[in-house]
Design a protein around this ligand. Structure first.
Ligand code: C2E
Ligand code: CA
Ligand code: CA
Ligand code: CA
Length: 277
């Protein structure tokens, strides 16, 4: 409203300058972050609901800033997107993940990893060529990598995103729709995409055992996904009670703190050993 807008610029908001300064600092330091190894990738397992077997790891970016400390990815990814730096970060991320996959393979462990892509990435005409060349460089199997894309990222330019994702699909990479249920994409448009899985957003999962509405949403999403021939993954699984409900509802894969928090790459082998034990 007009009154709200006026108060936004005429009244002093405590912390506003500090916030602005922080953002400028972070944007300035983003490029150096990749160069100076302040960035690293964390890996969070997903398990098959029926067997409990680890199916895949999701790669999540981490930034330890030299003076500001840990910066949440929701904050710096958004800033990177707005400041035109996201393609740079994505390239660094792809290289880092593939290097990790090659290192695991040297240790005798073949894993599969899902990476997160931004709206900018899914309309980047060079992305698929870049991805495939990095995979080839490390002599990795295309099936070892898959993609997570949010509804809103795809919907910024559905036609272009579809072309880009189809190219990757053709090359053998599968695509999951992330944060499913939080966007406002039309199912008609989602149906056009070369998608293999839906990830139910954690906001519907985290209080599944106390919120009847969430039960309706989650069950319908699982049924919808299955009817469309898709795998359905639940993220944000924090308790055994919620995991049991999701298994009951026929959810295919589970991910969340109950199983494991995102781990540094070098801790994955030890985690797997104790998980299997
Ligand atoms: P996302 O892809 O939806 O990832 C799920 C987020 O939920 C992650 O937060 C993860 O650490 C957190 N999570 C996992 N299990 C649980 C749980 O049981 N309970 C709770 N409360 N949270 C859980 P994180 O790592 O802070 O990442 C936030 C978002 O930042 C991601 O959401 C993704 O959109 C974005 N992001 C992270 N890494 C990358 C990246 O490499 N590229 C891009 N484009 N985006 C990234
Ligand atoms: Ca994700
Ligand atoms: Ca998500
Ligand atoms: Ca998210």
């Amino acid at each position: 409203s007009a009154r709200r807008q006026r108060s936004a610029w005429c009244c002093y908001q405590p912390g506003q300058d500090e916030q602005h300064f922080r953002q400028l600092t972070l944007i300035r330091d983003l490029q150096a972050a990749a160069r100076d190894s302040q960035l690293w990738m964390a890996y969070q397992p997903k398990i098959e609901a029926s067997s409990g077997k680890v199916s895949q790891f999701e790669a999540l970016m981490r930034w330890q800033h030299p003076s500001l400390g840990f910066i949440p990815p929701d904050e710096f990814i958004t800033l990177a997107e707005r400041s035109g730096n996201i393609r740079l970060l994505t390239r660094w991320m792809i290289d880092s993940v593939c290097r990790q996959l090659a290192e695991w393979r040297r240790a005798g462990r073949i894993h599969s990893v899902a990476i997160n892509l931004s709206a900018e990435d899914v309309i980047d005409p060079q992305l698929s060529e870049h991805l495939l060349s990095v995979l080839a460089h490390y002599a990795l199997d295309v099936e070892q990598l898959s993609l997570e894309v949010t509804e809103s990222a795809v919907m910024q330019d559905p036609a272009l995103a579809n072309r880009c994702l189809s190219e990757l699909r053709q090359a053998g990479l599968t695509v999951a729709i992330d944060d499913f249920g939080t966007g406002y994409s039309s199912l008609a448009q989602l149906k056009q995409l070369p998608v293999a899985a839906l990830k139910i957003d954690k906001s519907f999962v985290m209080s599944l055992d106390t919120q009847p509405d969430d039960v309706v949403i989650v069950r319908s999403t699982i049924e919808l996904g299955h009817r469309l021939g898709l795998r359905v993954v639940a993220e944000g699984v924090e308790t055994a009670a919620i995991a049991a409900l999701l298994c009951d509802f026929g959810c295919d894969e589970l991910q969340g703190y109950l199983i494991a928090k995102p781990l540094p790459g070098h801790e994955v082998a030890a985690w797997l050993d104790q998980y299997r034990a």
